[in-house]
Design a protein around this ligand. Sequence first.
Ligand SMILES: [Zn+2]
Length: 143
Amino acid sequence: MPLKDIEKRRAYDRERGKTAERKAQKKVANWKSRGINITWEDYERMYHAQKGRCPISGETFALGELVPDHDHETGYVRALICGKCNTALGMLGDRREMVYRLLKYIRATDIDQYEKGIRNLEAERKEALRRSEQAMKNIMAGS
Ligand SMILES: [Zn+2]
């Protein structure tokens, strides 16, 4: 590689490094303005400890793509999670009872079919529907 190209490459890498640093600073400032107490160093350490994975969806993301999930009262960061899971958590508004009820609903209506791998079998579909209806009655009855 000619010297000129090497110099160009180094300048490019330096500029890229500065861009990444600026992006990181911007993220930290944005988090801070929303009461989320985390430094970029903390973020990177957590990211690597989680191997870039969202603990809820299990999907892997690039550095900077996961968002810090935090306790709204203290501002402490619980973990880094993906945008989708953060949205889901945000919509449930940290209402644990609602989360448990959602889980109960999913389990009651869905998980049996999923676990058994039932696919379009009419009799089993009808049985699953009957069980879902029964589960809904139970949920509505508060049992
Ligand atoms: Zn996720």
